[in-house]
Design a protein. Sequence first.
Length: 279
Amino acid sequence: MEFIMKIGVRSSKLAMAYAQKVIDALQVNDTEIVPIVTEGDIKTNTSIQEIGGKGVFVSEIEKHLLEKTIDIAVHSFKDLPAEMDSELDIIAVLERNDPRDCYIGKLHPYARVGTGSPRRIAQLQKNFNVEFDIRPIRGNIDTRLKKLDNNEYDAIILAVAGLEALQLQERIQKVFPLDKMLPCVGQGVIAVQSRKDFNDIDTISKINHLPTYYSVMAEREVLKVIQGDCHTAVGMISSTVGDCIILQAINYENDKQYTTIGKQEDYLKLGQEVGNNIK
């Protein structure tokens, strides 16, 4: 019987687009996308913090992995919590897309700005010399854009990578420079997760973009050290120069910031160093 690789993914348009990117990278024909509705997709009127943090978008998918009803899972890396089940692992990541945030609409003094992210809220309050009326917003990209178009907000903040994946980049009013809005861990990165005992890991690992992998795993290590989650107002970014990683993070809860540089293969040590200096 011919093996068909089952790929679990959230049921949103964006998640489906990410799954297709992975399939295109794998260059295999025998795949099946399995849409999975997560708790975070159902409870769109409740903040992610109240539902239970980042895991609300991945726990149901991980359950399917562990039950072996799917073979691999495709995630937005930024949705992954700092800790995962010991039987699972991040097998591959695709090359990082634009990690920055942007706004759509009009960002003027006292503008009604839609975001539920503590990280984005902290930076709007600290890095801009104007006051905004910051209001919570949930839902997928289409839902948020509809709320903006219905004049429920003056502006909304979204990740550039998500808009580009859905070919909605023409809606972007302005991309925030990194000195105004640091992204969250792994923003702009698509991750492939599987069981450690999956018998076709070699096929998946071939698409792993090592410079991106080292960078985002260093960022993830920072989050582990500070025991952070979606409640934590922390921004960070990493980049590779030659065989080195430059890792920068700011903890907006205590105003500690730290930047380091080191060899890519020392990514865990670099993450631990940064985490210990901002916690």
